[in-house]
Design a protein around this ligand. Structure first.
Ligand code: GLC
Length: 481
């Protein structure tokens, strides 16, 4: 059961309408589920949008938007829908030469035919790398929860895993364990200067490789295969190197920033490792000082030669906790940072996607003057209710595993989570379960936000499930067990 928290810690009043709101949300959620080949297999991205008659793609089944959907279905024991979803995705895994192994961004059945988008139909024609990386994670969560080991070791799944690994485990010009991607390759699918090795993609890669290992281990127990053994050794090594790389180059605290500012620059040679990416101290932004406070820490958005991206990305950081990439003390440093910066990160509608937003000249340059990504809007500092559940799950999982370690910190963090939940509960039904919110406090419904957005609805239901129905269920998301 969830531990009680003191009412004084709540700055927002609980609503007596909780059960009614949950009931309505559940009703909306059921309506998002669609059939593929005659069976329920996933949710469309939004129930309603202003230009419903036009060919916009919110009526499609997006892989990334279905992540909370599948987690929620697993928690409800509706395994069959999850398996159908995984199977359809697998059927759509690309087999053409130049994109072999890639999973689609979205798909839909039309007149009995499956139509998939690998980026060729989206605005900007961008391929989603995150969709492919999520598939093994969801597949492993399904196998773990349902114990369907036959599915895990089936030829179709094992082949899918190998095709996907081929996309990652190969030599590259950089010789680093990170995956290089263009701008717009993940949830942030419009130009935001997130090309290179953006945090979210790299953390997902970590979760993906971890899950692939689990899936291969199931197969290994059922059949002997030297190829599989070798693949496992290589994948585990990659995983290890990737984690070491991210912790070394992306993790910052007040202490590490002070070291970074005093590092030498212009270092040549193999044995000079103090400043491998030749980062000049001037690029370290002044806002970091207050942001990191005393004992806060987070993973920065990107590391590129000479140009690290110090922006804070909520999803990548939350997933780094959930997937066990960050150690327990680092996770607590992250919670401290979120607590310290809650007026930015949570505001009126938790949770902000990325902070701080780009403005003026920088906005013009880096977004290509994108009006949807106006400062404090959409991906550029907007607030997305769908992001809260990943942070919430990270906190609850940590609390479950390390409760004794720092109860003084975890109590206010949990109280903050409660408050965030109440904010959503009070506002989302009135705001028609909008996709995102705008402005420095996230009060305004996003200027171009869709309404009745599936991951807004199901994200709220997940929070409700984890806070009220079954707090222990968060262990489903533990990739380490
Ligand atoms: C927008 C978002 C993307 C999401 C899609 C469907 O394109 O940027 O992350 O998957 O809408 O909801």
């Amino acid at each position: 059961m969830s531990r009680p928290f003191s009412q004084e810690q709540l700055r927002i009043r609980p609503s007596s309408r909780e059960e009614a709101v949950v009931k309505v949300a559940r009703g909306h959620f059921e309506r998002t589920l669609v059939q593929i080949k005659g069976e329920l297999a996933g949710s469309i991205a939004a129930l309603e949008h202003p230009r419903r008659s036009e060919a916009v793609n919110y009526g499609e089944v997006f892989l990334r938007d279905n992540v909370p959907v599948m987690v929620y279905l697993l928690l409800q024991g509706r395994h069959r829908i999850v398996r159908n979803f995984l199977t359809v995705c697998l059927e759509l895994q690309s087999s053409t030469y130049q994109t072999r192994g890639v999973f689609p961004t979205s798909f839909i059945e039309s007149e009995g035919e499956l139509i998939a988008d690998y980026g060729q139909r989206s605005i900007g024609r961008i391929t989603s790398v995150d969709a492919s990386l999520w598939w093994p994670v969801l597949c492993w969560l399904y196998v773990k929860h349902s114990n369907d080991r036959d599915f895990a070791s089936s030829q179709a799944v094992q082949r899918g895993v190998q095709l996907l690994l081929d996309l990652v485990l190969h030599p590259s010009f950089e010789g680093t364990p990170v995956l290089f991607v263009p701008d717009c390759a993940f949830m942030i699918d419009r130009p935001m200067d997130v090309w290179g090795a953006p945090l979210e993609v790299e953390v997902l890669l970590y979760g993906c490789l971890r899950s692939c290992c689990h899936l291969m281990e199931v197969a290994q127990q059922q059949q002997e295969s030297q190829v599989l053994d070798q693949r496992l050794v290589l994948t585990r090594q990659w995983l290890h190197d990737l984690r070491a790389f991210l912790l070394k180059h992306y993790w910052v605290t007040s202490k590490t920033v002070q070291l970074l500012r005093r590092r030498p620059t212009e270092q040549y040679g193999e044995h000079q490792h103090e400043n491998e990416f030749n980062v000049q101290p001037q690029v370290i932004p002044p806002w970091l000082q207050d942001w990191l406070n005393n004992r806060g820490g987070y993973l920065i958005g990107n590391m590129r030669t000479g140009r690290p991206d110090f922006r804070f990305y909520s999803l990548g950081n939350s997933l780094a906790c959930l997937f066990g990439l960050l150690s327990a003390p680092q996770q607590r440093a992250l919670f401290r940072l979120v607590l310290h910066n809650r007026q930015h990160l949570m505001g009126q509608m938790p949770m902000r996607i990325c902070h701080p937003p780009m403005e003026g000249e920088e906005w013009r340059d880096k977004t290509g003057s994108d009006p949807k990504n106006w400062p404090w809007s959409y991906h550029n500092g907007g607030h997305w209710p769908s992001l809260l559940w990943t942070f919430g799950a990270a906190v609850l999982l940590h609390d479950q595993r390390h409760h004794q370690d720092d109860a003084v910190l975890l109590a206010p963090v949990r109280a903050m989570l409660e408050e965030c939940y109440w904010r959503q509960l009070n506002q989302l039904p009135r705001q028609q379960w909008a996709e995102y919110f705008d402005g420095p406090t996230g009060t305004w419904v996003g200027q171009q936000a869709r309404t009745f957005q599936t991951w807004t609805i199901v994200g709220f239901l997940l929070m409700h499930h984890l806070l009220r129905v079954d707090p222990g269920a968060v262990s489903l998301l533990d990739l380490e067990s």
